[in-house]
Design a protein around this ligand. Structure first.
Ligand SMILES: [Zn+2]
Ligand SMILES: [Zn+2]
Length: 238
């Protein structure tokens, strides 16, 4: 029997929010905990341990190159980036569902992954902020949600209002490195005078590290002693 239009709309909506199939393996979503990603796919998320730049964690092709070209060309304002895994498969799906389908329960699991890394001792965790408009549209900052789990597990406080994004920017996807820089220049401001604090700047995905650079620059200019960047995933810049 055909359902009413309202039924069909409701189930379409439900399926958008809570698909019954795992987006990675297309098997059934077997656990609400990590749904829609199934338990096997989620627990199969691996840490990236291949060759990478010692500074910005950009995955590299050669075991021997320890610092990438862009870090050599221009020393970044952060001391280094640590990322859990590559931006593919279940890790990418989990981040996308958190961000674009508001599957907020995934933030805790992503935060747990961040805590599996050896994080440096820091004074506070600063999530990469969203603009006021971006925040209004999404309703939450996914990086802040991830940061709350990291804070709970490490006892390090989250300073959510310290760094703010003062203007809207275009999505970085599809822009060249030069365009990304221009797009973000002057977009971040620090609210207080800092006095040598060591900061863990947290992001969900690092791609060209332009956001990490611009945020770190603002924090260092405000008086931070050091910025270490941690991200859940790392997407190769090329
Ligand atoms: Zn799966
Ligand atoms: Zn690098």
């Amino acid at each position: 029997m055909q359902g009413t239009a309202a039924d069909r709309i409701a189930s379409t909506l439900l399926n958008l929010i809570y698909p019954s199939r795992c987006p990675v393996c297309e098997g059934p979503s077997d656990s609400y905990r990590t749904a829609p990603i199934c338990t096997a796919c989620f627990s199969g998320i691996e840490r990236y341990e291949g060759p990478s730049c010692a500074v910005c964690f950009e995955p590299l092709a050669s075991e021997h190159a320890s610092t990438c070209g862009s870090c050599l060309k221009q020393e970044p304002p952060f001391s280094r980036i640590v990322s859990y895994g590559l931006h593919t498969g279940a890790l990418r799906a989990a981040i996308n569902f958190l961000k674009f389908y508001s599957t907020r329960r995934l933030a805790r699991h992503l935060g747990n992954l961040v805590c599996e890394m050896e994080l440096p001792r820091v004074d506070c965790i600063v999530p990469v902020p969203m603009s006021a408009r971006g925040l209004r549209e999404r309703g939450f900052n996914q990086t802040l949600l991830i940061g709350r789990t990291v804070s709970k597990k490490t006892g390090v406080p989250v300073e959510a209002g310290l760094l703010i994004k003062v203007r809207d920017t275009l999505p970085q996807v599809g822009l060249s490195v030069r365009e990304r820089l221009k797009n973000l220049r002057g977009a971040f401001k620090v609210n207080e005078k800092l006095t040598g604090e060591k900061i863990l700047l947290l992001d969900d995905v690092v791609t060209t590290a332009t956001t990490a650079r611009e945020c770190s620059k603002a924090l260092m200019k405000a008086g931070a002693g050091e910025v270490v960047v941690a991200s859940v995933s790392r997407a190769p810049a090329r």
